[in-house]
Ligand binder design. Structure first.
Ligand code: MN
Length: 212
């Protein structure tokens, strides 16, 4: 599979109803087939007349967008970010979720936050603190240390110099059908389907570039 223009909407790594009852089927359909599809269509449209950008990966587009003229860079940044953030979010959930991380990620969480429960509390506070639309992220900084950050709209931690480990979409479209305006309930349900194995794989990958 190519990871450049023209981008296609790859299927979810599980069935639409696989995350029930925590994330509902209709939300997964709308979120993947309409919201993510919209970012893919708009990204392809933004790249259509930009042959110099058509071989770049999502990460390459996100990191290059700031140096482009705004008429090109703004739609590329917003829509490449929208595709990247949604794929990262969907790929970070599983119906066979462990309750907590294990291995290197668990050790790093203990070091950075003093234990899993303290980390989960801090992550929830961060998710609730996002004003309007955005994401909460667990990221590794350049020394490999874990941090919780938030991003507005479809901005990504890549342009903040962080390596993402997991993310939570807190746009209302991610939870409103099931959880209404109760974002905190959604965060609690999402914690039941976090793919900690995938998060640990990503964290170990982040450490390859870290300079402790
Ligand atoms: Mn979303």
């Amino acid at each position: 599979m190519t990871d450049h223009y023209p981008f296609v909407n790859t299927p979810l790594p599980y069935a639409y109803d696989a995350l029930e009852p925590h994330i509902d089927t209709k939300t997964m359909h709308l979120h993947h087939d309409r919201h993510l599809q919209g970012y893919i269509d708009n990204l392809n449209a933004a790249l259509q007349d930009q042959p110099g950008l058509q071989s770049l990966s999502l990460e390459g587009l996100i990191c290059s967008a700031g140096r482009l003229p705004a008429a090109v860079g703004t739609p590329v940044s917003r829509n490449a970010g929208g595709v990247y953030n949604h794929r990262f979010f969907f790929d970070g959930m599983t119906p066979e979720a462990a309750a907590e991380p294990a291995g290197a990620l668990a050790d790093a969480i203990n070091r950075a936050f003093g234990g899993f429960d303290a980390f989960a509390d801090a992550f929830k506070i961060a998710a609730l603190s996002v004003f309007g639309s955005g994401y909460a992220w667990l990221v590794a900084d350049r020394s490999g240390r874990l941090r919780i950050v938030t991003s507005a709209n479809q901005e990504t931690p890549l342009t903040m110099g962080f390596c993402p480990v997991m993310n939570l979409d807190v746009w209302e479209h991610a939870y409103y059908l099931k959880h209404y305006n109760k974002r905190g309930d959604y965060v609690g349900d999402w914690f039941r389907v976090v793919d900690w194995k995938k998060a640990e794989e990503r964290y170990v990958e982040c450490l390859r570039c870290a300079r402790p």
